[in-house]
Write a protein that binds this ligand. Structure first.
Ligand code: COA
Length: 145
């Protein structure tokens, strides 16, 4: 549980830092870690972590079983959603994120799900595309005020 804080903090911190002050980003991190722990306890989220030879976490990602509204065609009430994919700078370009995404696809298949969903950052898009992810027709309306 302690280990998973590392990639989650760095990842959410980095993303939040693009939009808020450092203080707000830190508060966002704490809130996010709390949410992750809650979901883990409920059996709705699991982490996939990569350690180096010193047992330090150098890359990680989370699979969250995200609730979905019922649909006649859907056999499952939730969908595996991959989030917080992050690799420490010194370990990038070695295929670790690729490994994490592959493992999450394997896990989703093993649990009988037909798909994995995620929101891609610009940096992550290439990794996801190579592994078969494609854009959908999701839309958003970001209010100006
Ligand atoms: C995006 C991110 C997770 C990628 O992590 P990574 O471990 O470097 O990913 P990989 O090594 O699997 O792939 C990255 C690149 O290395 C290349 N690569 C893959 N395996 C490789 C290997 N064995 N040797 C060398 N390069 C390799 C890939 O082709 C890829 O190239 P790309 O830049 O064209 O996509 C990392 O840059 C990161 O943490 N970014 C900040 C957070 C973020 O944006 N996360 C994604 C959230 S959606």
């Amino acid at each position: 549980m302690n280990n998973i804080n590392t990639p989650i903090k760095r990842n959410s911190g980095l993303q939040a830092a693009e939009f808020h002050s450092k203080k707000e980003a830190k508060a966002g991190d704490r809130e996010y870690v709390r949410w992750v722990k809650e979901k883990m306890k409920a059996g709705k989220l699991t982490g996939i972590l990569v350690e180096n030879s010193k047992k330090e976490v150098v890359a990680g990602g989370c699979i969250w079983l995200k609730e979905k509204p019922p649909r006649p065609s859907a056999k499952k009430k939730d969908v595996p959603y991959l989030l917080s994919v992050h690799t420490e700078k010194a370990y990038r370009g070695k295929g670790l994120a690729t490994l994490i995404v592959k493992e999450s696809i394997k896990l989703a298949k093993k649990l009988g799900y037909p798909r994995v969903e995620l929101h891609a950052s610009k940096q992550g898009e290439g990794v996801y595309r190579r592994l078969g992810f494609e854009r959908t027709n999701e839309m958003v309306n970001k209010f100006k005020s």
